[in-house]
Ligand binder design. Structure first.
Ligand SMILES: Cc1ncc(C[n+]2csc(CCOP(=O)(O)OP(=O)(O)O)c2C)c(N)n1
Length: 524
């Protein structure tokens, strides 16, 4: 609890309103031991809530309210409702029993997690075993969301296990993290070091991001879902995911837009984080799954004002590495036929005014690694929660919403999951490329692939073909099992522009083994 309270203070929280309780003991002790926290006490939690609300109303800064578990929490509801409707920043820190005591008739134990859900800007649980950095990042996020974009209450539920006293934390230990939050719509000029990198996720401001990269002389790592893929920006490093082994370390990272797909990139950053790591987004959501951000700039990309002294050798170095990987990747033969080879075929296709949808699991990853078509209307995916459900219906909606044809790549389990939605495709200009590797191909890339129960629990071999499904829903159908048949089927389907299913068959084990081999060869 110490790290959480200390970080709240670091983020500008001054006043802590506490009601007595046993389960909240570690929270109260952390606050009372903090030299910069001002404590205010009241025995009645209903009054305590309004006590804190009055203070926050006066100062325009979040007040923290601390209560024990059970009905004490329920007593905060009137103040929380008032804070919600009056836009007053409050942090509701509620002690709770650990999860093993819920639904067991344990004393003073109830479901507190979402008790204020209609009235809070953010609610989360603070896990007892979270690492320090995560706890501090969560504290910074809580304060941020109590103020932006619309002030109001934030609920932090804290399950705490006995012993509650003496507490297990050391006062004054741990280093506060400095999370700078810049909130003005138009940012003051900000100087950055000359060796930086731009991470580009999905955003409506791709052009702005690319022109910042050019101005700074920085390389851009563009995710498949950013439309930068189809730009001819000199700053783009296409094979960033492949060259990280040899890559030099930047002094600064600027992240524009949504989260990126590449896990390898995130691990590389996490292994040696830069001194400055800033996320720029006009949305209020906190995008920092690795808890490494040093700054959050709440602004449109176009309104930022970054500058640096250009070091031309920096971008040139990245371009050289990228070219080397590009040569190694293009210099490959197409045997055996795998999902990777299929991407090489698709990269050359004339997608022009077609939107491209990539289903979760391997299609989005393979796309992120290899898909750089010369033209396309844009790239889309359901990446919020990365589900394999509802993808076919999403594709139908996408085509209607964009009023454009959609070329979609989906795995066989993803297709089976939403098979009913083939009924939506018949009248739409949708080409559905079902990558049938007979089960969950992604799992063959994971260490679990060597488990004796792999096939039953993860592989999920079904032995089905989609030809009958296409016929059932009156959609034309082609089959592909090598580069030539795939090229032919895709070219024909794109030129016809009507609903069409292409079933592409590969073997998931061979896909995984040849991908691994490719990585080893390219990286050696
Ligand atoms: C609704 C839902 N259930 C389960 C998962 C977990 N999951 C992620 S990938 C995957 C396998 C998907 O298989 P497939 O669509 O055939 O694609 P492939 O892995 O072969 O590329 C599963 C089950 C999920 N993401 N969403």
């Amino acid at each position: 609890m110490w790290a959480f309270i200390d970080q709240l203070v670091q983020q500008g929280v001054e006043d802590f309103f506490i009601a007595p309780g046993s389960r909240s003991t570690p929270i109260a002790l952390a606050i009372s031991g903090h030299p910069k926290a001002r404590t205010h006490l009241h025995f009645d939690e209903r009054g305590l809530g309004f006590f804190g609300l009055g203070c926050a109303l006066a100062k325009g800064k979040p007040a923290a309210i601390i209560v024990t578990s059970g009905t004490a929490v329920g007593n905060l509801l009137p103040a929380v409702m008032e804070a919600h409707h009056s836009s007053i920043p409050l942090l509701l820190i509620t002690a709770d029993r650990p999860s093993e005591l819920r639904e067991t008739s344990a004393n003073q134990t109830t479901d507190q997690c979402k008790i204020f859900q209609n009235f809070v800007r953010l609610q989360f649980e603070l896990g007892a075993s979270m690492p320090q950095q995560s706890i501090r990042s969560k504290a910074a996020h809580a304060v941020y969301r109590s103020l932006h974009p619309h002030p109001g209450p934030v609920h932090i539920n804290c399950p705490l296990r006995e012993p509650l006293y003496p507490v297990a934390f050391d006062f004054m230990q741990g280093t506060p993290i400095a999370i700078e939050t810049i909130l003005t719509a138009i940012c003051a000029p900000k100087e950055l070091p000359s060796k930086g990198i731009i991470l580009l996720g999905r955003t409506s401001e791709t052009e702005e991001a690319l022109s910042i990269a050019k101005r700074l002389g920085w390389p851009v790592f563009a995710d498949i879902l950013s439309s930068a893929r189809i730009s001819d920006s000199v700053c783009q490093i296409r094979h960033f995911d492949w060259l990280l082994n040899e890559a030099p370390r930047p002094d600064c990272i600027l992240h524009f837009g949504e989260r990126l797909t590449s896990k390898r990139l995130m691990e590389w950053i996490g292994a040696k984080p830069p001194t400055q790591y800033l996320h720029v987004s006009p949305h209020s959501h906190w995008c920092d799954p690795s808890h490494l951000l040093t700054g959050r700039i709440h602004a449109t990309i176009g309104s930022t004002n970054f500058y640096s002294e250009i070091d031309p050798t920096w971008l040139a170095l990245w371009k050289t590495l990228d070219k080397k990987i590009d040569e190694k990747l293009s210099d490959r033969n197409d045997h055996p036929f795998t999902e990777t080879v299929a991407m090489k075929v698709l990269k050359e296709m004339p997608f022009d005014n077609w939107a491209i949808f990539l289903a979760n699991s391997m299609p989005i990853r393979e796309g992120d690694w290899f898909l750089f078509p010369k033209k396309a209307k844009g790239f889309f995916a359901n990446r919020g929660l990365s589900g394999i459900d509802g993808n076919l219906a999403t594709i139908a909606g996408l085509s209607i919403g964009l009023n454009a044809p959609v070329f979609a790549i989906v795995g066989d389990l993803t297709a089976l999951h939403d098979l009913n939605s083939l009924a939506l495709l018949k009248t739409l200009p949708i080409v559905l490329l079902i990558s049938n590797n007979d089960g969950g191909g992604i799992f063959s890339h994971l260490p679990i692939a060597s488990d004796p129960n792999f096939e039953t629990l993860w592989g999920f071999s079904h032995g089905r073909s989609f030809e009958h499904a296409a016929r059932l829903f009156d959609i034309s159908y082609s089959f592909a099992d090598d580069a030539a048949t795939l090229t032919k089927a895709v070219s024909k389907a794109l030129s016809e522009g009507q609903s069409h299913i292409i079933e592409m068959v590969t073997c998931r084990k061979i896909n995984a083994v040849s991908h691994q081999k490719l990585r080893e060869e390219v990286l050696c």
